[in-house]
Design a protein around this ligand. Sequence first.
Ligand SMILES: [Ca+2]
Length: 182
Amino acid sequence: MHMSPKFLAAGILATMLATAASAQVVNGDFQSGYVGWSATGCAAVTGGGGNPGACGVVQYLNTGTSCTGTLSQTFNCGAAGGSCQITFDWRLDQLAGSGAAIFGMTADGGATWPFSAAGASAGWQQATVTLPCGPQTITFTQYDGTRTLQDWEFRVDNVAAVCVDPVASEPGTWSRVKALYR
Ligand SMILES: [Ca+2]
């Protein structure tokens, strides 16, 4: 079977568009250690304790010494104009003390995912945060500045992102689609 040049070109173009629309979170499962990730303070990539295997850890320690940290990555979530859906697995464990904790994720896109708790999470959970497509720096950190006597550990694993809404590359068509639903 011979493909016509026109059909072949369409196939190549579709492949290019799909590539441009995909996100590029590097080492989202932390199996390659710190590759792609920056850690400050009491944050680290550990070889175990993940879901499964390696994971990122942000600790908030205050019973012995004040400590918190950040774990961040800059990546490109497709082309601007679409919707970037970031998903990750997380769990929160209280190591010592009592009180509440607030952990979460901040991003360049302006949205935050704060999670507050007065106790440990029920094992691993999954979160989804929707942001605009384009360049993003996501940061997992701890927000609570009350500095009461408590120690917390926030773990994150399987960070992934996808830029959906590929029709955004055809603004004329997209406008007509949106007009149908107004
Ligand atoms: Ca992992």
